[in-house]
Write a new protein. Structure first.
Length: 297
């Protein structure tokens, strides 16, 4: 646990219900970094805003029948951020590695989406990635950089293999994204498909894709939601899905195979708190879905 002590500092506790690290099932890590943001910066303020929201909404999950009060959550505070994105990701990998080694589930609150790379590197190449996002983030380079919130998923695909990734809720696509998925057969499901097919059928398609994997890392970019539901994000994109649709799918796919998850890209200064509340609620529900399947609550 030396890296946890070395690379994090205390903050207010997510949910307000705190367990010591040794007793926890979930370990929350804030990652207040948005150094590669290219439109609306401010996701570095996301972890604090989401924590504050989590302390001011009710904790009972109607969907799971569990209460967050009964979950074992430890919030270790915020990652020490470096100006250099590579160094920041290295620190996050070290911290998440400590959490995983202790047989806990890391919950990373961003911060920008590039942070997912740091978490996944701690989990090994046999972990599949379930990515809820409006964007594909598969460019090879953007504004002179090969590592940013617009390119990180391509870097991950190159590292672990594109066939271990499924992207859900996509609707912001460039030609370079399409070329990459056509060449690699990376799987994706658009927001339009979710509305047309319904959450149950989409969840089944995701389950079929993930059926051969024992470990899954879940990442939720808040911009997967339509801006009507989550306006305070770094790169809002119309024609998205509702919170209900997102939670309906998550309820069916979140199980004991989830070895870690994150929620990223909340830039709270662009609304009056609604997006942070959505984010806190989504994290609550994911924790409850996993706990119900693992029967750890």
């Amino acid at each position: 646990m030396n890296n946890l002590k070395l690379h994090t500092s205390p903050s207010i506790a997510f949910s307000g219900y705190y367990k010591p690290l040794e007793e926890a099932d979930f370990v929350v890590i804030g990652a207040p970094y948005d150094g590669t943001s290219t439109f609306r910066a401010g996701s570095r303020f996301g972890p604090q805003a989401i924590r504050e929201a989590s302390m001011n909404i009710e904790t009972y999950s109607v969907r799971s029948g569990l209460d967050v009060e009964d979950l074992k959550i430890c919030d270790v505070g915020d990652l020490h951020i470096a100006e250099n994105i590579t160094k920041t990701l290295e620190r996050l990998t070290l911290v998440v590695n400590d959490v995983v080694a202790a047989k806990k589930i890391p919950v990373v609150i961003g911060g920008e989406h590039t942070l997912t790379m740091g978490s996944v590197k701690a989990l090994g190449k046999n972990t599949a990635i379930l990515d809820f996002d409006a964007h594909m983030d598969l460019r090879d380079e953007y504004v002179g950089s090969r590592l940013s919130h617009t390119t990180f998923m391509r870097r991950l695909a190159e590292e672990i293999g594109p066939k271990k990734i499924v992207q859900v809720g996509v609707r912001a696509i460039c030609k370079e994204d399409l070329k990459f998925v056509e060449e690699t057969e990376l799987r994706y499901i658009t927001a339009h498909e979710i509305r047309q097919r319904g959450s149950r059928k989409v969840a089944q398609a995701i389950e079929d894709f993930l059926s051969s994997y024992k470990h899954v890392y879940l990442t939720v970019d808040a911009d997967v939601l339509d801006p009507a539901y989550a306006p305070a994000v770094g790169n809002p994109e119309p024609d998205g899905i509702s919170t209900i649709m997102l939670l309906d799918v998550l309820q069916d796919v979140c199980d004991r195979r989830i070895v870690g998850f994150d929620l990223v890209e909340v830039a709270p200064h662009y609304d009056t708190g609604a997006t942070a509340i959505q984010a806190a609620k989504i994290i609550f529900e994911i924790m409850c879905f996993i706990s119900k399947d693992k029967k750890i609550a």
